[in-house]
Design a protein around this ligand. Structure first.
Ligand SMILES: NC(=O)c1ccc[n+]([C@@H]2O[C@H](COP(=O)([O-])OP(=O)(O)OC[C@H]3O[C@@H](n4cnc5c(N)ncnc54)[C@H](OP(=O)(O)O)[C@@H]3O)[C@@H](O)[C@H]2O)c1
Length: 215
């Protein structure tokens, strides 16, 4: 199984503004992201991203011939709203809510009634290692993790990420509460940081720079 993280951030490392607005990428970068989605079997996001952005997690932006990757939402209590774009399309597109024992029976019933599957893994938080194992058993080979910062940290900390792709937008938004590329507990010492190998750098006409790292 291959695990890839993709994100767009500002030059000051934020993946959204302090209000949660995350429209960072230009259309040129979005086309790249949608081609990347098209190469994946699964797109995974954290529940706070769903609540902030109400994404569709589908392949669009001129990318054709899609096999529609499965959409996985990491949501330990099943907070995903029934009127979210993801659940509204759950009867047509493979949709999995990865959750924990903290989910209520009501939320399981509510989510399953939309056509989405509920996958319980973990006691308090979603146990991601287990989720990846189950996804692999289902035959999924390439998982694209699209944030946010908390999920990025949890996945990176597992030590099973193969590639990290970051587009840096030429702007600064500041805001001490604005979410950064990687949140979570973080390391105590620089020497404990997760090492990356820079494999490629690409610039586009909009002044965006995309960094391709191997781990
Ligand atoms: N620019 C970009 O590329 C980009 C991409 C994605 C998102 N974003 C932005 O990022 C922001 C959201 O990021 P975020 O860091 O606040 O949240 P997030 O990573 O989207 O979601 C985190 C939440 O997922 C749930 N979760 C359950 N198990 C988990 C686990 N093992 N590890 C991590 N999370 C787990 C937790 O909520 P529960 O306890 O309720 O389960 C946790 O609070 C939004 O503003 C969005 O717009 C930007």
């Amino acid at each position: 199984m291959k695990i890839v993280i993709n994100a767009a951030m500002t030059a000051d490392g934020k993946i959204a503004t302090k209000n949660g607005n995350s429209a960072i990428s230009s259309n040129v970068d979005l086309r790249r992201v949608h081609q990347l989605r098209n190469s994946a079997d699964v797109i995974m996001v954290g529940i706070s991203t769903v609540l902030a952005d109400d994404p569709q997690l589908t392949v669009r932006f001129g990318t054709t011939g899609s096999k529609s990757p499965a959409r996985v939402i990491v949501d330990s209590t099943g907070r995903i709203p029934s009127n979210s774009k993801i659940l509204k399309k759950a009867s047509e597109l493979n949709t999995i809510v990865a959750t924990s024992n903290r989910i209520s029976f009501e939320n399981i019933r509510r989510i399953e009634s939309t056509g989405a599957k509920v996958l319980v893994a973990g006691r308090n938080k979603v146990e991601l290692r287990k989720v990846f194992r189950l996804l692999e058993k289902m035959g999924h080979k390439k998982i694209l993790v699209e944030g946010g910062g908390e999920l990025n940290w949890s996945v990176l900390r597992l030590g099973i990420v193969d590639e990290l792709i970051i587009t840096i937008s030429p702007r600064i938004v500041g805001g001490r509460s604005a979410v950064t590329l990687v949140e979570g507990e973080g390391c105590d010492r620089m020497s404990e940081g997760i090492p990356l190998k820079l494999r490629d750098v690409r610039r586009n006409a909009n002044g965006e720079m995309t960094l391709f790292y191997e781990l």
